[in-house]
Design a protein around this ligand. Structure first.
Ligand SMILES: NC(=O)c1ccc[n+]([C@@H]2O[C@H](COP(=O)([O-])OP(=O)(O)OC[C@H]3O[C@@H](n4cnc5c(N)ncnc54)[C@H](O)[C@@H]3O)[C@@H](O)[C@H]2O)c1
Length: 447
């Protein structure tokens, strides 16, 4: 089975590598020459746990290769994945220019039947637009003579992987959603995915539009769950309740479930913010006011910097000249992705107010350096960030921050003060250790 994956980001590279691991021959195409050169040299361009081993093995065994040449990449493949960016446009709708641009290019070069699989997250109706773009360039190409004109099917196959668990999620998906009206395409995808669903996890076939909406519905529902819990946390602080207890109290109800109930400093990343926004925009385009989504977006925007007034209050409104150690920059642990990370919003506000930031993150520092340069400084490990800092601020729940040497933390900080945006520590422990400890939705521990 020969497969082409167009776009080698978090989704495309994981998809390509995992399909190669199942025995397929996979060619990955990207327009980023530097990225392709890195991959050709055996370097994984992103941080994603467990990806490196599979990546190296499949390159070595000749099943995984990389190119910048789309024509060469699709020549021998019946299956073509589009794993391209769909960033928010100015009005919040998903920008389909990457996808439609490649669809148009494919119409100019395909020579035989292809299944074009849209793995990007796209609004309802995109499969039709991809079909139209392909048809347009094919019709131009075969305007005079239709002899040899190839056929194709467009399938919507949304991806549900989570960064940080992407390989596991792809290899053992909860479900695979296939939106297609072609029996021929369905049979090809069924065969391709068979190695990944041997334990009976369902492959759910539906039409293209339902598949497109399924992905937005899933992400928007999860974002709603997070925002709901963040509002409960804010209320807990006002009424003196403990969000940990409330979370356990409701999470044990099987109708609710215990996942995505942890409060914090808002959701970020490349998916939830843009997908909620895009679903709201798609709804408004058909004159439907999806009220919950507006609330979710508002709540999240406020939550991202909910910790800033708390920090300012502690310093009587003035953080000018204060030095803060930051643990965690990535939007979540086990990734180097900083897109829409709450850390960036908080840091900007604190720097604007005159504070100095010394940050440590196990994987995301290079990306932040590219974005922020020397606006803040960076350290080699979590402890050196603390040297002479007025307080420790925690923005990402990396495992290594969960059980630090508190004696060392105390000895390095100027004052025993922690603002924790991810509720990593036990309140009784903080009380016993004598820290001033402020977290989300729980009582403030004072020295
Ligand atoms: N990141 C996630 O966790 C995740 C999960 C599920 C779905 N998605 C969706 O999948 C899509 C891709 O997301 P991502 O995070 O992998 O994006 P990404 O930005 O990490 O990667 C996209 C890649 O496409 C390449 N590219 C752009 N134009 C190209 C072209 N014309 N030809 C070839 N390559 C091109 C870019 O250089 C980049 O390497 C998005 O729609 C996203 O919403 C992402």
């Amino acid at each position: 089975m020969n497969i082409t994956v167009v776009g080698t980001g978090y989704v495309g590279l994981v998809t390509g590598t995992c399909l190669a691991e199942s025995g397929a021959n996979v060619i990955c195409v990207d327009i980023d020459v530097e990225k392709v050169n890195k991959m050709k040299a055996g370097i994984v361009p992103i941080y994603e746990p467990h990806l490196d081993v599979l990546f190296q093995r499949n390159i070595k065994q000749g099943r995984l290769s990389f190119t910048t040449n789309l024509e060469e990449a699709i020549k021998d493949s019946t299956i073509i994945f589009l794993a391209l960016p769909t960033p928010p446009g100015e009005d919040g709708s998903a920008d389909l220019s990457y996808i439609l641009g490649v669809a148009n290019d494919l119409g100019k070069i395909i020579m035989d039947y292809k299944v074009i699989i849209d793995k990007s997250t796209v609004p309802v109706g995109t499969a039709d637009k991809v079909t139209a773009a392909l048809n347009k360039s094919l019709n131009e190409r075969f305007a005079k003579d239709t002899e040899g004109k190839p056929t194709f099917d467009v399938v919507s196959n949304p991806e549900f992987l989570r960064e940080g668990f992407a390989v596991d999620d792809f290899m053992k998906p909860d479900r695979i959603v296939i939106g297609s009206s072609s029996d021929k395409a369905n049979a090809i995808l069924d065969q391709m995915y068979a190695p990944f669903v041997r334990q009976g996890n369902p492959v759910i076939f539906m039409d293209e539009k339902s598949a497109e909406l399924t992905k937005y519905a899933a992400n928007s529902f999860l974002a709603t769950k997070i925002s709901f819990m963040n509002e409960i946390a804010n209320l807990c602080e006002l009424v003196g309740a403990n969000v940990d207890d409330v979370r356990r109290g409701i999470g044990t109800d099987t109708r609710i479930g215990n996942r995505f109930l942890f409060p914090g400093i808002g959701y970020g990343g490349s998916c939830f913010p843009k997908d909620v926004q895009a679903l709201a925009k798609s709804s408004s385009e058909v004159d439907y006011d999806f009220k919950i989504l507006s609330a979710v977006m508002n709540v999240n925007q406020t939550q991202k910097t909910v910790i800033v007034p708390k920090i300012k209050d502690y310093y009587s409104g003035n953080v000018k000249g204060k030095k803060f150690a930051v643990w965690g920059l990535a939007f979540k642990p086990d990734t180097d992705d900083i897109r829409e990370a709450s850390s960036l919003y908080i840091i900007n506000e604190l720097v604007e107010a005159g504070a100095e930031i010394v940050a440590y993150d196990p994987e995301a520092m290079d990306n932040v350096k590219t974005l922020m340069g020397d606006k803040i400084s960076y350290t080699e490990n979590e402890y050196s960030a603390l040297e002479g800092a007025d307080a420790l601020l925690i923005f990402t729940e990396w495992q290594i921050f969960r059980n630090p040497d508190f004696a060392k933390v105390e000895s390095l900080l100027k004052e025993k003060v922690i603002f924790d945006g991810r509720n990593l520590y036990d309140l009784h422990q903080m009380e016993k250790l004598g820290f001033h400890y402020n977290s989300i939705g729980r009582k403030e521990v004072t020295k």
